[in-house]
Design a protein around this ligand. Sequence first.
Ligand SMILES: [Zn+2]
Length: 331
Amino acid sequence: MSGCVKCGLPKTYQNIRFDENHVCNYCRFFEEHRKELTDFGALEEQFAQEVRAAKEKAAQNGAKYDCITGLSGGKDGAYITYELQHKYGMRVLTYTLDNGFGTDFGRRNIEILLEKLDVEHIWINVKDSTLRQFYSASMKLMKNFCSVCFHFCHYYSHLLASQYGIPLIVNGRTRSQVLQSADNKKGIEPFEVSRSLKSFEYQMFGKLTDKLDGYSCIDFLPDVEATSLSFFMYHDVGEEEKMQFLEEKIGWIRPKGSVPHPECWAHPMAEKCSLVKHGYPVRTGELAELVREGALTLEEAVREREADREAYQDIPPEIEARFHERVSSKK
Ligand SMILES: [Zn+2]
């Protein structure tokens, strides 16, 4: 047996277990809850209820905005901002973490979005030495650096929410990102919705969150209450559909080719870290989830995964050098 017979996840995938039929724990969880996870009528209503509650709360707070959402320059944040404004009639504040990994593709699309949707936007610049310290420590301890960007993005979304009295944070995690390591309901939307930074970080990092809570450099903003919703857990929108929609509505520019995360120039480095640490590419869990959802066949998912492995086996030395220059602590 080389992996799960249903979704193709390899035997080496994190915390994987198999039943007697060689079906993995993630497939079993999805099958058990398929009805709740794919009833988009009910899911959209759950989202709409949270939106109504947020609007009321924002009015009580005298807030200028009903919700906040992050823009990386990719399609997810752009799509969400459009829908929050047009479908849900919300007053949206947007922000972008300037982590030094942005690309021209991403910046161009942020400019287009801000002009077409006429929303307010805040650039966030974390102190350079702090970012370097976090990236270096994360590389050393976890052989990974994306988690640092996640942490700061969500830290600042909660901080801004608190400063502006905004009750709702909407994020662009895809369904496959949320469900890729779900084998029970804890910390998984729509079963559990986060109302604080710490519970949101638990959704992403699991038990590691408790360990991180012990470090004095990590602040979970314990007094800040804000609801976080992953838009795509409640709305059925395909990746191609998002891009066509954005091209048509705001003149969004599609990336050349089908490279994952074109808004981050260091993505090849993230892939290399994943291959070294786990032995499989970044999208492995997400591709398996797309098989469960019926968006890809098992063969297509395995083919894409192996294409990623091939593409990132050897990454350009200039990207690696530029990455180390960006994350290393200056003496
Ligand atoms: Zn499986």
